[in-house]
Design a protein around this ligand. Structure first.
Ligand SMILES: Cc1cc2nc3c(=O)[nH]c(=O)nc-3n(C[C@H](O)[C@H](O)[C@H](O)COP(=O)(O)OP(=O)(O)OC[C@H]3O[C@@H](n4cnc5c(N)ncnc54)[C@H](O)[C@@H]3O)c2cc1C
Length: 391
């Protein structure tokens, strides 16, 4: 692929210079010059009013013939990781808007039953790349097997969970397929006119939500954190195609060997599995007051979450933190106590089924996303709630 400036058309207006995110353009003698660090993102092409910068034909070909939305259905132990099912909800929406098939990709020695589960949740087709060597998270083999299939089938979109495996596989795959990747998205949509995937994620320290596009290359690839999307409903009458594939992998593709898998300590709360979470924020005042949050959580049979402010203050260990730099959770009930609701906190909990916010400031942003809001002092409200619940 290549990009060039048509000197006759270039006026040296510098617009391209301003939009280039990596300073890969210079102006010399009133003409733009593309430098060798250019990644052909296409930003300069779009901004040029004089059509003086063009991406060559091979580049345009890079988009031709790509069709279908693929979701990587990751394995967790002997079953399916929830994130591969959750992604079928936004995948279905994107596939419908683009008028294409929704495809799940399974790696490993899965049974056809796993493929059926994906079809029941919305997949039209499942590629089962079947080989027991793909059961572990060995990245070299997974990359080779997945990339070979993607190169042959040419999907226009590939989504995967921002899990340890997804975060390892997605960039390798993007490298192999010579395309871009947006990591850790929190929202997905599609521009149906330009057939572009709109990949939204927090950027600049979480201060803005940026929508990123892949204008020139295919597939369009993104990872999405577990629990950001809701699982689509199950419909056991759905039918779909299951295509089993024998991958062409061998020892030379294997980059690492998994020697041992050590499970996370059991007494560490698994916030992502909890149905009820009661979270405390700076409004609780001091470390000792987490006892009140813990008591409400215990009364409801839930887990304790926290805002980053409380973690940074050393009031509670970091594995309780909910948010952009903490965990993304999706419980049935999330109770935010003394939490203002900064965007970095919201991105980690706003998909909860029901949100109850307790805050003495009626203008706190948490109330914008709360199902029920209680304006008042948490030190009066929480004890009263516990008393009633215990009754
Ligand atoms: C790059 C980056 C990543 C971040 N990641 C995260 C993240 O993962 N998770 C996260 O949570 N934050 C994160 N933050 C921080 C975030 O921006 C906020 O600073 C943080 O969430 C604020 O925590 P808080 O709501 O507990 O505290 P505050 O914003 O100080 O809010 C305290 C709230 O308590 C209320 N209050 C006070 N006393 C009472 C009372 N007695 N009764 C009832 N209400 C009371 C106040 O009205 C106020 O609304 C991140 C920030 C950055 C820049």
């Amino acid at each position: 692929m290549s990009i060039k400036v048509i000197n006759d058309k270039c006026t040296g207006c510098r617009l391209c210079l301003k939009v280039c995110p990596i300073n890969a353009i210079e102006i010399k003698d009133k003409k733009a010059i593309i430098l060798s660090n250019c990644t052909i993102c296409g930003a300069c092409v779009e901004v040029c009013k004089f059509n003086a910068i063009v991406i060559t034909k091979e580049e345009k070909k890079a988009k031709e013939g790509y069709k279908g939305v693929w979701i990587f259905a990751e394995r967790k132990g002997d079953t399916l990781h929830d994130v591969g099912i959750e992604l079928l909800s936004c995948g279905r929406d994107i596939a419908n808007k683009l008028g294409v098939e929704l495809v799940s990709v399974l790696l490993g020695d899965h049974s056809e039953n796993d493929a059926h589960i994906l079809i029941y949740h919305g997949a039209d087709k499942v590629f089962l790349i079947k080989d027991p060597r793909l059961n572990t998270a060995e990245i070299g083999l997974a990359t080779k097997a997945f990339a070979d299939l993607a190169e042959k089938e040419k999907p226009e979109v590939i989504l995967m969970g921002a899990t340890s495996l997804g975060r390892s596989l997605a960039p390798r795959l993007a490298g192999r397929l010579n395309t871009g990747l947006t990591a850790d998205c929190t929202e997905m949509d599609v521009d149906t006119v330009k057939k572009l995937l709109l990949q939204t994620r927090p950027a600049f320290g979480g201060n803005i939500m940026a929508t990123i596009i892949t204008p020139s290359m295919r597939p369009q690839m993104a990872t999405v954190r577990p629990k950001v999307m809701k699982k689509p409903p199950i419909d056991k009458t759905r039918k779909g195609k299951i295509i089993t594939i024998k991958p062409d992998i061998n020892d030379k593709d294997q980059l690492t060997r998994i020697l041992r898998t050590i499970r996370e300590e059991k007494d560490v709360v698994d916030l992502q599995e909890a149905d009820i979470i009661v979270s405390g924020g700076r409004g609780i005042g001091k470390k000792e007051n987490f006892a009140l949050i813990a008591e409400l959580a215990k009364t409801l049979g839930g887990a304790v979450g926290a805002s980053r402010a409380t973690v940074d203050a050393g009031w509670i260990p970091s594995y309780h933190q909910v948010g952009q730099t903490g965990k993304t959770v999706q419980p049935k009930l999330y109770i935010a106590c003394g939490i203002s609701g900064a965007i970095q906190h919201q991105v980690g909990m706003r998909s909860s089924d029901m949100i109850i916010a307790i805050n003495k400031d009626s203008s706190a942003p948490i109330f914008d996303i709360a199902t029920y809001g209680i304006v008042g002092d948490l030190f009066e409200i929480i004890p009263a709630l516990i008393k009633q619940l215990k009754k």
